[in-house]
Design a binder for this molecule. Structure first.
Ligand code: ATP
Ligand code: MG
Length: 315
């Protein structure tokens, strides 16, 4: 190494890169370099902007950057005549209901299309019934048809663990075998994402020892905190051009706190918030129906009594 090394305090070493020899960079050349980098990484910048509209999801945001960087550097290596291995990008999404798995899969399709990893980037969503047939040979045929539809895009299988439900004799196994074969034979023609709740997915993978190693990217979608759920609610409302009164915001927070921390294991995170908001919007419309003062502010505002929170709506 030619770079000078400055030893500061114990165990702290500073390495100064490009010292002295290079011409000092002018502001203009620096900003030109920055512009060029931005232009070159436009798909990543766009994707980061898109993902930043989603609350939390740090694990996902990191993985997307890692995949982007790997693809980009591979391209640079190829241009210099170096080896550039093609890797499959099949993924596992582990998360409870409403934690954003489907939303993210859709966005990834667009990103991979822009990065030319996928020729179309569309999302085909499927579940057990779309893959598993009723007689011998039917399952492989159904699964192959789905794979054909997903060609150039993402095949997203929700509650994937249900494929392993019936053991050896179940046709689910045939679906898994067909998928595994396609993952190898057509590995650069589609991306397979298996999604499901964390515990069930772990059990499913344990039962199918050949599977885990075929999924290089495993992404966790943790449950949202109360603060994150409130932030999701604010963003959903802003998107729909609504605001909450202070009272209503307080009421919502108390309620989310209670539901989020209750024993109810089927709490559906972002979907719960969406349903709650949509219900409040409908209530607000009824309240405004016979009100003649329908100014802009009134049309936008959700107040405390629009938010009807019933125990049976907790899921
Ligand atoms: N981080 C987030 N920021 C904003 N909205 C979110 C976020 N996560 C989820 N949502 C919203 O919550 C709703 C449910 O999300 P989605 O359908 O993607 O969840 P899911 O994990 O696929 O659920 P399931 O496992 O039940 O299929 C959607 O309206 C989505 O936009
Ligand atoms: Mg989903």
């Amino acid at each position: 190494m030619n770079e000078p090394i400055a030893i500061k305090k114990q165990r702290q070493i500073n390495i100064v890169l490009n010292q002295g020899n290079d011409k000092p960079k002018t502001d203009e050349s620096l900003s030109q370099g920055k512009e060029k980098a931005m232009e070159q990484h436009l798909p990543l910048i766009k994707m980061e902007q898109e993902l930043n509209r989603l609350v939390g999801m740090e694990d996902l945001k990191y993985h997307v950057k890692e995949i982007y960087a790997w693809l980009h550097i591979n391209k640079c290596r190829q241009e210099m005549g170096m080896k550039a291995e093609k890797q499959a990008l099949h993924m596992l999404f582990k998360g409870n209901p409403g934690t954003g798995k489907t939303t993210v899969a859709r966005k990834l399709g667009t990103l991979f299309h822009e990065m030319k990893v996928l020729s179309k980037g569309h999302l085909i969503e499927a579940e057990r019934a779309d893959l598993v047939g009723e007689y011998i040979g039917h399952t492989a045929q159904k699964t192959r048809e789905l794979l054909k539809k997903a060609h150039g895009g993402i095949l997203f299988i929700d509650e994937a663990y249900s494929l392993g439900r019936g053991g050896e004799k179940d046709f689910g196994k045939e679906a898994i075998d067909t998928l595994v074969k396609a993952m190898e034979d057509q590995q650069h023609e589609f991306i397979l994402i298996l999604a499901g709740y964390p515990k069930e997915m772990d059990r499913f993978l344990k039962l199918n020892p050949g599977l885990p190693s075929r999924f290089p990217v495993i992404i966790s979608f943790p449950d949202y905190s109360v603060e994150e759920l409130m932030e999701i609610s604010k963003r959903m409302l802003a998107e729909r051009e609504y605001v909450l009164t202070k009272d209503c915001e307080w009421k919502m927070k108390q309620h989310i706190d209670r539901v989020r921390n209750s024993e109810n294991s089927s709490f559906s995170n972002g979907r719960y918030i969406r349903n709650m908001i949509e219900k409040a919007v409908r209530r607000q419309s009824v309240r405004l129906l016979n009100d003649f003062r329908q100014d802009r502010k009134a049309l936008m505002t959700i107040q405390s009594d629009d938010l009807v929170l019933e125990e049976r709506d907790l899921i």
